[in-house]
Ligand binder design. Structure first.
Ligand SMILES: C[C@@](CO)(OP(=O)(O)O)[C@H](O)COP(=O)(O)OP(=O)(O)OC[C@H]1O[C@@H](n2ccc(N)nc2=O)[C@H](O)[C@@H]1O
Ligand SMILES: Nc1ncnc2c1ncn2[C@@H]1O[C@H](COP(=O)(O)OP(=O)(O)O)[C@@H](O)[C@H]1O
Length: 301
């Protein structure tokens, strides 16, 4: 049966368990190695097919005009791809967002929103793009989007688009939002950013090591030193959380996280977080929730 709406669609946050900057491409983009981990905390999106062909965001997102919104841009790309494939333009979509993830937080909120929109619209429009086709369509919009469509914990290379599944640590995270928005570009263009971390090679041995990454302090976030120097609240949050474990920044910041092997341990730390910061706990997700909720893989593969 053809569906005309899908509500309460999750767009989970990601954490970069480590993030190494290995070099820079001729176009200025940086070559990275990272492990992307989804967690069970994120935005919620609601989709309704329209009678016309317009893509409309029905929720105001302060600072993000509708035409710049990654959700809207992603859906416009898919609508055109769908028209090319099917010979007719699919109906428009109204998208409402319950925004929970802070912008400029390094949690990939905008990217995750766009990935969820693409996976849902692929079903609503019966567009029939494969997972790989959706990932390729999304990459020009943002390097993190393909990961969310890939849908499982991944070791990523290139600018984040070359993905391999890795064993994920089954744990809980405490995440602190330091209350500042870090613009990704400001970190990557800093003259103080180190860009020469030696690439690691993923073997069966290192896959195993990855599983213990968060507890054994594997790697580091090469973007952290620059973010800490430009944004003191990030430094303060890392200092505080470091008393409880290996605290790190995710992505280009600002959020910081620390892993715990049980929910009880995470709760104990969460209760002590100073009231000046917003903080939450989240469980590691092995798969994107839409893989099962929507049977996306069955529909698009
Ligand atoms: C750093 C990461 C790690 O997961 O995530 P966030 O912390 O932003 O969530 C990503 O690589 C973010 O990739 P992406 O989402 O494409 O970054 P954008 O905000 O579009 O990039 C803003 C600017 O940062 C620079 N940039 C970005 C990515 C990259 N690999 N090299 C770069 O030099 C470019 O100048 C780009 O124009
Ligand atoms: N749906 C969206 N949600 C959040 N940010 C968006 C969205 N669409 C576009 N953006 C833009 O992407 C930027 C980065 O937001 P976000 O992905 O949430 O953070 P980060 O890249 O730090 O993880 C925002 O500052 C905003 O300008």
């Amino acid at each position: 049966m053809r569906r005309t709406s899908l509500h309460d669609c999750p767009a989970p946050a990601k954490l970069n368990l480590f993030l190494h900057v290995n070099g820079r491409r001729a176009d200025g983009y940086h070559l990275l190695q990272t492990v992307f981990q989804m967690v069970d905390h994120g935005d919620l999106l609601h989709f309704d097919l329209r009678a016309d062909h317009r893509i409309c965001r029905t929720t105001d997102v302060p600072g993000v005009p509708q035409e710049h919104d990654l959700i809207v841009r992603a859906l416009l790309l898919l609508q055109v791809a769908c028209e090319r494939r099917r010979g007719r333009l699919p109906p428009g979509i109204d998208v409402a967002i319950d925004k929970r993830l802070p912008m400029g937080g390094g949690l990939g909120g905008g990217s995750s929103d766009a990935a969820t929109a693409l996976m849902v619209a692929n079903v609503l429009w019966q567009a029939g793009l494969t997972r790989e086709e959706l990932m390729a369509l999304a990459l020009p919009l943002g390097a993190d989007i393909p990961f969310f469509i890939f849908g499982e914990t991944a070791f990523a290379e290139g600018v984040g688009e070359a993905l391999q599944p890795v064993a994920a640590p089954d744990c809980w995270y405490v995440v602190i939002e330091p209350g500042v928005a870090v613009p990704t570009a400001a970190i990557f263009c800093s003259e103080h950013l180190t860009r020469d971390t030696s690439p690691i090679i993923i073997t069966d041995f290192s896959r195993h090591t990855m599983k213990h990454t968060v507890f054994k302090g594997f790697g580091r976030n090469d973007l952290q030193a620059v973010a800490v120097s430009l944004f003191p609240p990030v430094a303060q949050a890392i200092d505080w959380l470091s008393a409880h474990g290996d605290a790190r920044m995710t992505g280009s910041g600002a959020c910081v996280f620390c892993a715990f092997s049980s929910e009880t341990e995470a709760d104990a730390v969460l209760q002590q977080v100073p009231a000046i910061w917003k903080a939450w706990k989240a469980k590691a997700l092995m798969h994107h929730p839409l893989n099962t909720v929507l049977q996306v893989s069955a529909v698009i593969e």
